[in-house]
Design a protein. Structure first.
Length: 245
């Protein structure tokens, strides 16, 4: 009987310790509900004090195990471009990215970028089967001057970098054809870009070309220009990278 009782007690202690270990592990990765609630409360006081005119609400509180902080997602119910993060730790809000995300125009530019990609991609893919993706990358250090919550207008984001991902071949002839066709579709539909890039993978070979200017694409010698860049890894400002055989 005593042995059975001791076994039950040992099993109970082991189960308790296991639950305790799981609890501490969960806390270390997910935080705990009490601290999350405290973080949310501090954030509410903070936004009501600093941004009372913005109609803000807290969307989500997430624990960051890297530094033991809580990341608080804040957005406006009346402005689609007003959304940013606060960071809470040790009883205080120690980071606020409102200026970086909202006032700088970053959120607005990201929305325009996404809409540009969403609108352009199907137009290109309808004409070119080998195009698998189009990325729209804003030019660094460029001030686009787009007003907060502005309606999308592709003419406001002409100074972007278009990067085309495609298949079907990695030779200069194939890449030049993809670039010319894509540029043609863009012109037909009122899109423009400051620079182009293209990445193509065929079987085991990958080729990437960057910093291609519209003037390069319009040139009758585009194929030769790309071949020079591929052969020498750089030509007339165009950079190239290839791997595989």
């Amino acid at each position: 009987m005593k042995k059975k009782a001791l076994l039950k007690i040992s099993a109970g202690i082991a189960a308790f310790l296991l639950i305790l270990a799981i609890f501490f592990m969960a806390n270390s990765f997910l935080g705990n509900p009490v601290s999350a609630k405290t973080a949310k409360g501090k954030a509410l006081v903070y936004i009501n004090d600093k941004y009372s005119h913005l109609n803000l609400e807290i969307k989500k509180v997430t624990y960051n195990p890297k530094d033991g902080s809580y990341l608080i997602s804040v957005s406006s119910s009346t402005s689609m471009d007003t959304h940013f993060f606060l960071s809470y730790r040790d009883g205080e809000i120690f980071k606020d990215d409102y200026e970086v995300s909202v006032l700088s125009g970053m959120n607005t530019m990201e929305r325009f970028r996404d809409q540009y990609k969403k609108s352009l991609t199907p137009l290109v893919q309808a004409k070119i089967n080998d195009v698998t993706n189009i990325s729209v990358i804003p030019e660094k250090l460029t001030k686009y001057g787009i007003g907060l919550d502005s309606a999308f207008d592709k003419k406001l984001v002409e100074n972007v970098n278009i990067v085309i991902s495609c298949t079907g071949g990695t030779d200069a002839k194939h890449l030049s054809e993809i670039l010319k066709k894509t540029s043609g579709v863009m012109k037909e539909n009122g899109y423009a870009a400051a620079k182009f890039g293209i990445t193509s993978q065929h079987e085991t070979v990958l080729t990437e070309l960057r910093n291609i200017k519209p003037a390069h694409i319009e040139s009758e010698s585009l194929e030769e220009i790309l071949q020079q860049a591929i052969t020498n890894t750089e030509y007339d400002g165009i950079t190239a990278f290839s791997k595989g055989k």
